[in-house]
Design a protein around this ligand. Structure first.
Ligand SMILES: Cc1cc2nc3c(=O)[nH]c(=O)nc-3n(C[C@H](O)[C@H](O)[C@H](O)COP(=O)(O)OP(=O)(O)OC[C@H]3O[C@@H](n4cnc5c(N)ncnc54)[C@H](O)[C@@H]3O)c2cc1C
Ligand code: FES
Length: 337
């Protein structure tokens, strides 16, 4: 007989090589999840009653979480019986209310959420946003939740997106839940604030970079800061006016809006392949430079390798690849029905 999984007092038989997440979803138990690849942490659960957690299920989690039995349900393939519970029981979740929805361009909204209690997070980290139906997606934090007491996200609304659809019809005051924060994409103040900072992202990859930029400027970063924001067309960029104004106000900050196609002749944008533009723009002082890469996974992974080969230290490269959800089509259908 295979291993058994117990959740909320009910026992489920696990198939061979089946993850905790797949078993619960197969049994129609609505567990929050998104990437199903061990990256977003939205499927985090807690093992109890002496359950043995496979090592892979805790990879990438902070020691403070692993020591309390937290694990990633999508990466957890038990070989023995396990007893698991939701992490909210351990005070890991915060209720938030929708306080503002504002279009930044035709497809991206700035979503402001007010937490019922302080939410400790650094600008640039990410969180899991959950609807009352347990639909979960990861989003990066563009504001400073501790200073502003508001969490601002930049959300791209895909035409058939499950979360995008939910947010389109959400009203101000509607309640959601957030878990987190996660990730290491944030500005770290060091004694020496003169190192070069390169921020590069496509689409809503700007969200964490905007958080990091504002934090670095607020903390008086003295070294050069270059922000590369890439899109296919100029209309897909956003916050352009504000970033151009910041560029004018801060001698050490340069904003480089990049587009693959310009409609007609325009020298307002750097045109070409985003990865090549960023690589060409890396600073001379590669040994001290910090590079933040956020957005499309292909771009992030390719630039991470190329920047390392160009001389940046791997410990100075911080990445957030915006992996899509695994079960996007089915969830989008459910959300629409
Ligand atoms: C660490 C992390 C941070 C993230 N931060 C952000 C963020 O700050 N802002 C943000 O907007 N998103 C971010 N994402 C992506 C986000 O979690 C969702 O995947 C995205 O918002 C789509 O969710 P949805 O439910 O609306 O669409 P889904 O229901 O998941 O997808 C529906 C359809 O939308 C289309 N689609 C979805 N994702 C993509 C994609 N990446 N490329 C092309 N087509 C796609 C596909 O047609 C898909 O079938 C992040 C992801 C990760 C892992
Ligand atoms: S880490 Fe498990 S769903 Fe993303």
């Amino acid at each position: 007989m295979g291993a058994q999984l117990t959740y909320k007092g009910k026992a489920y038989a696990l198939f061979e090589n089946e993850s905790v997440l797949d078993c619960l979803l197969r049994e129609h138990v609505p567990v929050p999840h998104s990437c199903c690849a061990g990256a977003c942490q939205s499927c985090m659960m807690q093992a109890v009653d002496g359950s043995v957690i496979p090592g892979k299920a805790q990879e990438g989690l902070k020691a403070s979480l692993t020591s309390q039995g937290f694990f990633l349900a999508c990466q957890c393939v038990p070989s023995q019986d396990m007893w698991v519970r939701d992490p909210d029981a351990a005070g890991f979740e915060t209720t938030v209310s929708v306080t503002e929805k504002r279009f930044l361009n035709a497809h991206v909204i700035a979503l402001s959420l007010t937490p019922v209690r302080p939410f400790a997070a650094r600008p640039g980290q990410y969180l899991t946003l959950m609807t009352p139906q347990n639909l979960a997606r990861s989003y990066s934090i563009a504001s400073d939740p501790e200073r502003d007491s508001v969490i601002t996200l930049h959300v791209k609304l895909f035409p058939d997106g499950a979360m995008g659809g939910w947010l389109r019809s959400a009203s101000l005051g509607d309640e959601m839940r957030v878990r987190g924060p996660y990730g290491s994409c944030f500005y770290t103040q060091e004694e020496d604030t003169t190192f070069p900072l390169v921020l590069a992202g496509t689409g809503t990859g700007l969200a964490p970079l905007y958080g990091v930029l504002k934090d670095a400027l607020a903390k008086g970063h003295e070294g050069p800061i270059h922000l590369f924001h890439g899109s296919l067309k100029a209309q897909d960029l956003y916050l352009e006016e504000e970033l151009r104004a910041l560029d004018g106000q801060h001698a050490n900050f340069t904003y480089i809006p990049c587009v693959l196609h310009t409609d007609g002749a325009s020298n307002a944008y750097t045109q070409g392949d985003f990865k090549e533009i960023v690589l060409m723009g890396l600073p001379q002082d590669k040994a001290r430079a910090r590079l933040f890469l956020c957005g499309a996974p292909d771009m992030v992974n390719a630039l991470k390798t190329k920047a390392f080969l160009a001389g940046l230290s791997s410990k100075h490269i911080f990445v957030d690849a915006f992996l899509p959800s695994r079960s996007a089509p089915e969830e989008a259908q459910q959300a629409a029905s």
